[in-house]
Design a protein. Structure first.
Length: 167
């Protein structure tokens, strides 16, 4: 079974995905890292030089390439924007990591490698992005967990309980 971790930037997808994979002894793939490695470019560079639309095409192509039975895949926050990706994601279990805007701002305010937030009001931009994506996250996910004020161990324990009950 492939487990896809979705959610907003700063929700903990990479951290939780990696630790979950270790706990359940699955390979871990960070989709953004895969795209960087395959294209030999940073995500920021791709956005700056080719635009978001091109990045989304790479994202879909990469998702299709790594669909792998028995992996935990941390997806970029915008993976849900393409309906084509929904078909791929639905072939596995989809875990949505949710967090309040205040929590997301706190977690990413010192990050300078987020192209969608460059030179913008972070809180306002995150709110706008979440408004576009939240219904899709909720509709697609098999399980939603609020990560606000929870430790990675607490989050992983809840996800593993869900997986054990729904396998």
């Amino acid at each position: 079974m492939t487990i896809y971790i979705i959610g907003m930037m700063g929700s903990g997808k990479s951290t939780i995905g990696k630790r979950l994979a270790e706990n359940i002894e699955y390979p871990f793939i960070d989709l953004d890292s895969y795209i960087k490695k395959e294209g030999n470019k940073t995500i920021e560079n791709i956005f700056q030089n080719y635009g978001e639309e091109y990045f989304r095409e790479l994202e879909t192509k990469s998702l299709k390439a790594i669909m792998n039975d028995g992996a935990v895949i941390s997806c970029g926050g915008g993976i849900v924007l393409s309906k084509n990706n929904h078909t791929y994601l639905k072939q596995g279990k989809i875990i949505y990591l949710e967090a309040t805007i205040s929590e997301l701002v706190k977690r990413i305010s010192n990050s300078n490698h987020r192209p969608l937030l460059k030179q913008k009001n972070i809180r306002k931009e995150l709110t706008n992005i979440l408004e576009k994506r939240e219904k899709i996250y909720l509709k697609l996910s098999n399980y939603t967990i609020d990560t606000t004020n929870k430790s990675p161990d607490q989050i992983i324990k809840q996800i593993q309980k869900f997986l054990n009950e729904n396998n």
